[in-house]
Design a protein around this ligand. Structure first.
Ligand SMILES: Cc1cc2nc3c(=O)[nH]c(=O)nc-3n(C[C@H](O)[C@H](O)[C@H](O)COP(=O)(O)OP(=O)(O)OC[C@H]3O[C@@H](n4cnc5c(N)ncnc54)[C@H](O)[C@@H]3O)c2cc1C
Length: 476
């Protein structure tokens, strides 16, 4: 009864959220996916699974219930079923359409961090952990390539080089100093990284104001296409997938038979195991993560170039690091258009625009002018390109206060699992984290046996730690 009342009050909170009028700071309530989200380029070609509901009614029971249908939820379902002769019964519940969260609105960049944040992670977690994280991320470019090839997934997956062009003189100097330290230290990812200084950086990246540049191997893709094809694949293997079914709450404890009850406005489901693949929205239904996974709004765009215009090709992917407070990240699509996100220096100080904000129905207005004329301002030979802003959208990321994702068994909640909080950087971290969580579910093994970096392990200690490295970054 208490649980039902809990569910009703949660539902009211969600309904209020969904109706939030423009201008209301949504950061004042718990995060839930909102209606009328901005339309990203990636969702302009919808898969038939977009509004799928496998059955008219929700099933009464299942073995594993996954909440969220982004890259994380889809990957966990895939790994639970892959090469599994006795698969569990699985339900995936999604609040909105399939893959309508961050994965359907990101920059399409699978870009491991093989050097830039390594010194910071070394200071926070030690050299061994920093190396484990960098190698884990780097390996996922190839893991996703293998997946795409194995399952014949058409998602424009492309392996290329990233050029990180640094515009700020001071930042260029400090990056080079840290890079030299990694070289001296024979850091394991360093062998794939090239360094260019001054005029060579401009000549080879094409970025007019580059003071230095670093290059390494990355992937680019159409994330919505990858995930919706994964979802279609698992549905074909028997997963019951229900879009437009927001979870309002999960019972506080399992019943006498060990089943958790998951509440939705379409009814409830009993399940042996619950998986939270809810990223920035996690705290909405898992309150112990409220101060630890913070919804953060980001902005991204598509820039098109007229067919008859000849501008130099930008065949690589890019980060253009304006200063320590922000970079633009960019890929070139097979159709020649550019996907670029960022603009952070323009709104970083206005925390109400991004920090603890889960409303992706609005743009980050102070950033919008940045995307007009961006290619003309940034790249050599693009001045007369007539490249123009085609579409701009926002999405909600899950930032964590200690900068590490939360992966593994939810503390004090037996048979509940989390894989969330990817700090705006999930594409090179999610696939193998999800594989690890699936292994824990399939075999009952410990986090230490799944091959995921130790700092990702969700623990009571991390949940109790009140420091906030996201806010530290703002104050610097
Ligand atoms: C603008 C932008 C640009 C980005 N660019 C990049 C990039 O270029 N490279 C990169 O690596 N990362 C990027 N990211 C981050 C990346 O997109 C995320 O790390 C990743 O997509 C997270 O995947 P996920 O499946 O964990 O979460 P999501 O894709 O957000 O999926 C979570 C799902 O859970 C659903 N959900 C939440 N609560 C409930 C509930 N109560 N009931 C039911 N369903 C619920 C949501 O609707 C959502 O579909 C970007 C993010 C944004 C917003």
């Amino acid at each position: 009864m208490a649980s039902n009342q809990h569910a009703v009050s949660r539902l009211t909170a969600i309904q209020n959220t969904l109706k939030s009028p423009p201008g209301v700071n949504p950061g004042t309530t718990l995060p839930f996916p909102v209606e009328n989200s901005t339309l990203p380029f990636w969702r302009t070609e919808l898969h038939e699974i977009d509004n799928h509901q496998s059955t008219p009614e929700l099933p009464a029971k299942c073995d594993v219930l996954i909440i969220g249908s982004g890259f994380t939820g889809a990957s966990i379902a895939y790994h639970l079923l892959d090469d599994n002769p006795s698969p569990p019964s699985i339900v995936i519940l999604e609040a909105r359409s399939a893959c309508s969260g961050a994965t359907g609105r990101n920059g399409g960049h699978c870009k491991p961090d093989v050097y830039y944040k390594v010194p910071k992670y070394t200071r926070m977690y030690g050299r061994e952990a920093a190396a484990e994280i960098a190698l884990f991320e780097a390996s996922q470019v190839y893991s996703i390539k293998e997946l795409v090839e194995k399952e014949n997934i058409e998602c424009d997956f492309n392996i290329t080089r990233a050029y990180d062009a640094v515009l700020d003189e001071e930042l260029a100097k400090s990056c080079k100093k840290e890079f030299d330290q990694l070289v001296a230290d024979k850091f394991p990812t360093i062998k794939d990284i090239g360094y260019l200084a001054g005029p060579a950086a401009v000549a080879l990246t094409g970025v007019k104001a580059a003071k230095a540049a670093f290059s390494f191997t990355v992937g680019s893709l159409w994330p919505y296409k990858l995930v919706t094809q994964l979802l279609a694949l698992v549905v074909k293997k028997g997963v019951n997938f229900q879009t437009h079914t927001p979870v309002t709450s999960v019972s506080d404890s399992p019943d006498a038979d060990g089943y958790w009850t998951v509440f939705t406005h379409r009814g409830q489901i009993k399940t042996k195991k619950v998986v939270f693949a809810t990223n920035g929205y996690t705290a909405g239904i898992l309150p112990q993560y409220e101060e630890r996974i913070i919804p953060v709004r980001g902005i991204c765009s598509r820039i098109t170039v007229p067919e008859n215009c000849i501008a130099p090709s930008v065949p690589y992917s890019y980060s253009v690091r304006h200063n320590a407070k922000g970079a633009d990240y960019q890929i070139t699509r097979p159709d020649g258009s550019i996907i670029v996100g960022g603009g952070r220096p323009l709104y970083f100080h206005k925390t109400e625009e991004w920090y603890n904000v889960y409303d992706d129905s609005k743009l980050i207005e102070p950033a919008v002018p940045h995307f007009h004329g961006l290619m003309q301002r940034t790249f050599r030979g693009w001045e007369n390109s007539e490249a123009k802003l085609d579409r701009i959208w926002t999405g909600i990321m899950g930032y964590t206060t200690d900068l590490m994702p939360h992966v593994g068994a939810v503390p004090s909640k037996p048979e509940q699992f989390i894989c969330a909080g990817f700090n705006g950087h999930g594409m090179p971290s999610i696939y193998l984290s999800a594989k690890g969580v699936a292994k824990m579910i399939r075999t009952g093994c410990a986090f230490e046996e799944i091959g995921v970096p130790q700092p990702y392990k969700t623990t009571e200690t991390r949940l109790k730690d009140t420091s906030n490295a996201i806010l530290d970054t703002i104050q610097k």
